[in-house]
Design a protein. Structure first.
Length: 326
């Protein structure tokens, strides 16, 4: 039976040809994806793929009922509001973003739903009224970044109690650096640590940062969570090893040769973002969807790096580790 015969037959049964057409051509949803990072990064593509897999879990398939509009700022935060405005101009149904992409998207739209795939607390900067009842157009998954960075200081102090000077690697383009350092300063005071933060804008500034730390005789390094550093984790781990610095940061750091990592599993958070997108596309308001906090944090130690650095990992530290890299 051809399409014409099918339509006539269904019409005879009381079915509208328009209904038949609608059934054959499902609505295509358009989702904007705003990334502060570069599309060429391995991790950047892994988390994007995890998000796409989450969408497939909820029945959204590219080329069938889904159109993804991805925009990458290539580590240039000044481009984020421009790219966000571009997505708004395309009239996307939802914008999914992370890190500094969230305030950039919020600065250009208070009506299009914004889903945080991963990021810090939006309540603290006025983008949401509360975690339980956001109330605006922003929802998603977060982790308490300040507490995570403080925990990294504790773990460093645990493996070397005599430590007093710690370097902190930050992306200069991140607006949250001042409050982050203030929060870390509270923890550092309790641990009797001096913080020596250095902000960089790209890999070309890594060498000068480590040279400055060598002059200050820092004894360890904390790497902040930023796509600039996860993408270049191998270079950072190598520089830390060259100066024989115990390091701790996001999970990618230990995979690349760093000593320790404590953080969230990015792919899981990005896959979870699809849950919020699905809820919104089915009619729920983002302001009614509670913002979730990351529940699982992984602690990984690199025993090979420890041996190379001459660091004897305390038994208590090893027992707490979720995984050890031999």
């Amino acid at each position: 039976m051809n399409r014409r015969d099918t339509v006539l037959a269904l019409a005879a049964l009381g079915a509208s040809p328009l209904l038949v057409s609608a059934q054959q051509a499902p609505r295509v949803v358009r989702i904007g994806y705003l990334s502060p990072a570069s599309a060429s990064g391995k991790l950047v593509q892994e988390v994007f793929d995890a998000f796409r897999a989450g969408l497939r879990d909820h029945g959204y398939v590219e080329g069938k009922n889904l159109q993804l509009e991805a925009r990458y700022a290539d580590e240039d935060s000044a481009r984020l509001p421009v790219l966000a405005a571009e997505l708004v101009g395309l009239k996307v149904d939802v914008i999914v973003t992370f890190g500094p992409g969230t305030p950039a998207a919020w600065s250009v739209t208070k009506t299009i739903p914004i889903v945080i795939a991963s990021g810090s607390n939006p309540v603290a900067v006025g983008m949401a009224a509360s975690l339980a009842r956001p109330g605006g157009n922003v929802t998603g998954s977060i982790f308490f970044y300040f507490e995570l960075m403080a925990k990294r200081l504790e773990l460093l102090k645990e493996i070397k109690p005599s430590m007093t000077r710690v370097g902190v690697l930050l992306n200069a383009n991140t607006p949250a650096n001042p409050p982050l350092l203030a929060a870390m300063g509270v923890a550092a005071k309790v641990l009797n640590l001096e913080l020596h933060p250095i902000e960089v804008r790209g890999p070309a500034e890594f060498d000068s940062a480590f040279s400055a730390w060598a002059k200050k005789k820092i004894q360890a390094l904390v790497v902040s969570d930023n796509s600039l550093f996860t993408t270049n984790a191998t270079a950072i781990a190598a520089l830390a090893a060259k100066q024989r610095l115990p390091s701790i940061g996001p999970l990618e750091l230990t995979e690349s040769g760093g000593l320790m990592a404590y953080g969230v599993t990015w792919s899981e958070q990005f896959r979870r973002a699809a849950y919020f997108v699905d809820k919104i596309l089915k009619g729920e308001k983002p302001g009614d969807l509670p913002i979730e906090q990351a529940r699982k944090f992984d602690f990984v130690v690199n025993l090979k790096a420890a041996k190379a650095l001459g660091v004897v990992m305390p038994k208590a530290t090893l027992l707490r580790a979720d995984r050890a890299i031999e």
